[in-house]
Design a protein. Structure first.
Length: 107
């Protein structure tokens, strides 16, 4: 079941307050305004994507992490602050440490 946008949902609004790394018809990936790590946001206002959609979203987040950052990550999809809209954060594997960016191409 596809759920339409919720006008009161911050993730449905998709305001560009932080750096965006990727977007397509399924999702967008940007720096989380609250915790400053990359997160993937499903464009459907629903907390429970099918397993194949969840895997696809996690794959897109992993591709961004591999391209932009040097450090390994784990996926955290515990919907703490916004429990009604699926999103997942990339967290550093080395707890307590942020992500180092890869050098820019041509730098």
């Amino acid at each position: 079941m596809t759920v339409g946008p919720d006008p009161t949902c911050e993730l449905c609004e998709a305001a560009r307050f932080t750096e965006w790394f990727y977007e397509d018809e399924d999702c967008w990936i940007a720096e989380c305004e609250s915790c400053s790590v990359p997160m993937v946001v499903w464009r459907v206002h629903d907390a429970h994507p099918p397993d194949d959609v969840r895997a696809r979203l996690h794959g897109k987040l992993a591709a961004v992490m591999d391209e932009v950052f040097e450090d390994p990550h784990v996926v955290d999809d515990n919907l703490r602050t916004i429990p009604t809209h699926y999103h997942a954060h990339a967290r550093p594997k080395a707890w307590g440490r942020g992500f180092r960016r890869r050098p820019a191409h041509g730098a």
